[in-house]
Write a protein that binds this ligand. Structure first.
Ligand code: GDP
Ligand code: IMO
Ligand code: MG
Length: 429
């Protein structure tokens, strides 16, 4: 079985979109299995940039692209994204795009609640993308969600809406907000329903059928392991499980379907939003990383926080997510640094530890223990083979492999699809 699962092994924005697009031409289907349009994946193909949030990154190559049931779907954001990509010449039809009919919807009331809570939290805010992701997942597990399949039964939606609105009205009252405008919500759903329903189907069945024909499936994770609601830097996390294990429950395939787990790892560390970040650099080095790496969020345009490579975190992510090999990205951003630092452990109350503790206060208190390496003089930008890399850059990669206890399967050296060095083909492993 030659499936591949791509997941972020840090705090998101590792370059998953680029790698999924690069692998997509050899897959028969690309499947999103968690998250929503909080994701922002940028692909650059022959100088043209495509920005995706909800659509799987395989859509640009025309590969069958599937939104699994584990995703939370904002139908209006979906329509806008589909129209934007069609405008860029990408074909999106029911032949190459499918949405799980049991996928919960993100409604305007979820976005309202997300934003109201963040504003009220002031300095203590999570720094969410404000897209309504958390409230939509809450309603899913609270058994109040409106799902894609409900769009075909809007005339009998009243009992479900009663439950949903009772819950939201109580929350809204706490923020001095008026009750849900139910008539408007129904009218909006009626208007958007045909657009969504043309793609809706039982995705588990479609995946079963293509698997029977020997299809190679590429599962595309969003966010990263450190944003996982269980394993991440809780409460500064997203509201879904971002680890590789989610492919099964989030798309309706068995637990053995993940195949080669490719962890996407940036050659340094970034984070957007609040929360602990042990190797963060609030100095000119951090600024230089941000400028060289163009570290601004695709979704919100927020500046990403930057810091040195943290081997403790990536080793932890690889273990938690059963990573088979990593794709190291943005190596070129480190070109020209005299010295590079890698975090190999943490000091906590006088003791050196080799993992990130679970408690938020401890996570905020740990101090990185660094190992220094010489940088490289030449350029790695655009390198497409191992031989193109300066010797010191190869040393940096080898040291990372050792410290995270996981081999490098590929190295990315620019935003362009083909500026990628293949070390080990995840589809052939
Ligand atoms: P994702 O959320 O993991 O898909 O990552 P994003 O797309 O949000 O952020 C990664 C950014 O880095 C995008 O703008 C990519 O075009 C860019 N990128 C990806 N790989 C490389 C690389 O190897 N070098 C450089 N310089 N940029 C890269
Ligand atoms: P991709 O797929 C980076 C972060 C937000 C915030 C926290 C919770 O592009 O890597 P949410 O809106 O999900 O409730 O926000 O999670 N976050 C991301 N950070 N990349 C992402 O996605 C993210 N998706 C959510 O900034 O800190
Ligand atoms: Mg991103």
């Amino acid at each position: 079985m030659a499936n591949v699962t791509v997941i972020g092994a840090q705090w998101g924005d590792e370059g998953k979109g680029k790698i999924v697009d690069w692998l997509a031409s050899r897959a028969d289907a690309v499947v999103r299995f968690q998250g929503g349009h909080n994701a922002g994946h940028t692909l650059v193909i022959d100088g043209t940039t495509y920005k995706l949030s909800l659509l799987p990154s395989g859509i640009v190559t025309g590969t069958l692209s599937i939104v699994g049931n584990g995703v939370v779907l904002d139908p209006w954001a979906l329509k806008a994204e589909v129209e934007k990509l069609i405008g860029q010449g990408v074909a999106i039809t029911p032949d190459n795009f499918a949405i799980a009919d049991n996928c919960p919807l993100i409604l305007p009331i979820h976005r309202d609640l997300d934003q109201l809570r963040e504003t009220a939290a002031g300095k203590g805010k999570i720094g969410t993308t404000g897209r309504g992701i958390g409230p939509a997942y809450e309603d899913k597990v609270g058994r109040r969600a409106i799902r894609v399949c409900d769009l075909a039964h809007l005339d009998t939606l009243d009992p479900q809406l009663d439950r949903l609105c009772a819950h939201h009205d109580a929350l809204r009252a706490g923020f001095n907000e008026p009750p849900v405008d139910r008539a408007r919500l129904i009218a909006d759903l009626k208007e958007i329903a045909p657009f969504v329903l043309q793609f809706a189907q039982p995705v588990w069945k479609r995946l079963r059928d293509v698997r029977k024909e020997g299809a190679r499936i590429l599962f595309e994770g969003a966010q990263g392991v450190l944003l996982d609601v269980d394993h991440g830097t809780y409460p500064f996390v997203t509201s879904s499980n971002t680890v590789s294990g989610t492919v099964a429950s989030g798309s309706g395939v068995g637990p053995g379907s993940a195949g080669f787990v490719l962890g996407i790892v940036k050659a340094y560390t970034t984070r957007v939003g609040s929360g602990p970040f042990p190797t963060e650099l609030q100095d000119e080095v951090g600024q230089r990383l941000g400028e060289r790496g163009h570290e601004f969020g695709t979704v919100t345009g927020r500046q990403r926080r930057c810091g040195w490579f943290d081997a403790v975190l990536v080793r932890q992510s690889c273990a938690i997510s059963g990573v088979t090999g990593i794709a190291l990205t943005k190596l070129d951003v480190l070109d020209g640094f005299d010295t590079l630092k890698i975090c190999t452990g943490y000091k906590l109350r006088g003791e050196v530890i080799d993992y990130l503790p679970s408690h938020a206060a401890d996570q905020a208190e740990v101090e990185p223990v660094y190992e220094e390496m010489e940088g490289w003089k030449g350029s790695t930008a655009g390198a497409r083979s191992w031989a193109d890399l300066p010797a010191q850059a190869v040393k940096y990669i080898r040291r990372i492999e050792e410290l995270i206890d996981c081999p490098v399967a590929s190295v990315s050296t620019s935003p362009e699809r083909d500026d990628t060095i293949l070390v080990r083909d995840p589809f052939e492993d």
